[in-house]
Design a protein around this ligand. Structure first.
Ligand SMILES: [Zn+2]
Length: 156
């Protein structure tokens, strides 16, 4: 799909060395708009919204804060660790605010899976439906994210 000039500018900011060393897309060479569309379809097919995904990520982060940098157990079979790293990052989509480099690691002990994300990831997913480029260092594959965090979209 053809992308707007604005999307093109955003994509420039996602290149390695602009906001982060590794960038948000490399080695994915597709237009940003196509990356967004594909992941949007994946999430919709699972019957979820990006906001529901982000909400669950936020809940794990908030619950994990109590561990003060150590893994703590979360019912029914999760462990979560929240590490604060110095530094903050702006959103490449250009909205105001900067995001602390908090690392949230969630282990699903039943599925034997582990996933790590940051506050910026939560924002990028919840506000922009953006999971980063395929093959990029910090991409969160929507399907893996939903499986590992067991996101159902239902109220707990
Ligand atoms: Zn943003």
């Amino acid at each position: 799909m053809k992308q707007t000039v604005q999307m093109k500018l955003i994509q420039e900011k996602m290149k390695p060395g602009v906001i982060t060393r590794d960038g948000f897309l490399d080695p994915d060479r597709r237009n940003l708009i196509d990356i967004l569309i594909e992941d949007d379809e994946t999430v919709k097919r699972m019957g979820l919204s990006h906001q529901q995904v982000a909400q669950r990520m936020l809940e794990f982060r908030d619950a994990g804060m109590r561990g003060l940098g150590e893994f703590i157990s979360i019912e029914p079979h999760f462990e979560v660790r929240v590490d604060s790293v110095r530094g903050k990052l702006p959103c490449p989509f250009g909205d105001p605010g900067i995001f602390p480099k908090t690392n949230v690691t969630v282990r699903n002990l039943e599925r034997n899976e582990e996933i790590t994300y940051t506050d910026l990831h939560i924002h990028l997913i919840g506000s922009h439906g953006f999971y980063e480029g395929k093959g990029s260092v910090f991409r969160l594959d929507p399907k893996s994210l939903v499986d590992t965090l067991e996101i159902t979209g239902e109220e707990e």
